[in-house]
Design a protein around this ligand. Structure first.
Ligand SMILES: [Fe+2]
Length: 200
């Protein structure tokens, strides 16, 4: 059975959070969220992110990505208060995502489901483009596990999942670092991390 969720302990997490907030502040995301419907927006290139966040660069060096940084696709997951996503698989271009909580993540959750159908492939909007994902009806799914997303984690985004922000007034802000599957060495590396100790 594939591992769905692997927590990671990152020593310089606070530095990463501050640097990411300096790149894209909550205020600027609120401004975008007031105009756009989607909660996810794929952002800058790996080069742009690593130039502006040395701590993020150090973390990826520590986990062995020194020569595979171009295999990472960065995105925001900025989830409005009260929002529970549909149960879905992400775009098939990545199997694993390393997700880093940036702000307002206490009391927010990731659920994994087992689906008894293969779901429906649909386009979903991200700001500036559309991606294909697979979506399931809740009645075709059974809850398998739930995680409060307070530490960084690796998630298999090709297993049915759902994020949930039950907060009444806070946007959950997470940095998504998706590892491109067609970059086989980077994909094998993140797969290995799922099975190794999680302190970095
Ligand atoms: Fe997802």
């Amino acid at each position: 059975m594939s591992t769905f969720y692997k927590p990671l302990l990152i020593d310089n997490l606070a530095d990463i959070q501050n640097e990411v907030l300096n790149i894209t502040s909550i205020d600027s995301l609120l401004d975008i969220a007031s105009k756009e419907r989607g909660t996810i927006h794929y952002i800058h290139s790996a080069e742009y992110m690593f130039e502006r966040s040395p701590s993020l660069s150090i973390f990826f060096d520590n986990i062995g990505f020194l020569t595979y940084k171009e295999s990472i696709v960065f995105g925001w997951n900025f989830v409005p208060p009260g929002v529970k996503s549909s149960i879905h698989l992400d775009s098939p271009s990545s199997t694993y995502s390393i997700n880093i909580p940036i702000a307002n993540y206490e009391g927010t959750f990731l659920h994994q489901y087992k689906a008894n159908t293969s779901g429906d492939i649909l386009e979903y909007p991200v700001i500036g483009k559309k991606l294909n994902g697979t979506f399931f009806k809740p009645e075709d799914c059974e809850l398998v596990e739930t995680h409060e997303t307070t530490t960084p984690w690796i998630v298999n985004i090709q297993l049915p999942h759902q994020f949930h922000n039950p907060s009444k007034n806070k946007y959950r802000y997470t940095l998504l670092c998706k590892i491109l599957k067609e970059h086989t060495e980077a994909h094998e590396l993140v797969k290995k991390l799922v099975g190794s100790p999680g302190q970095f």
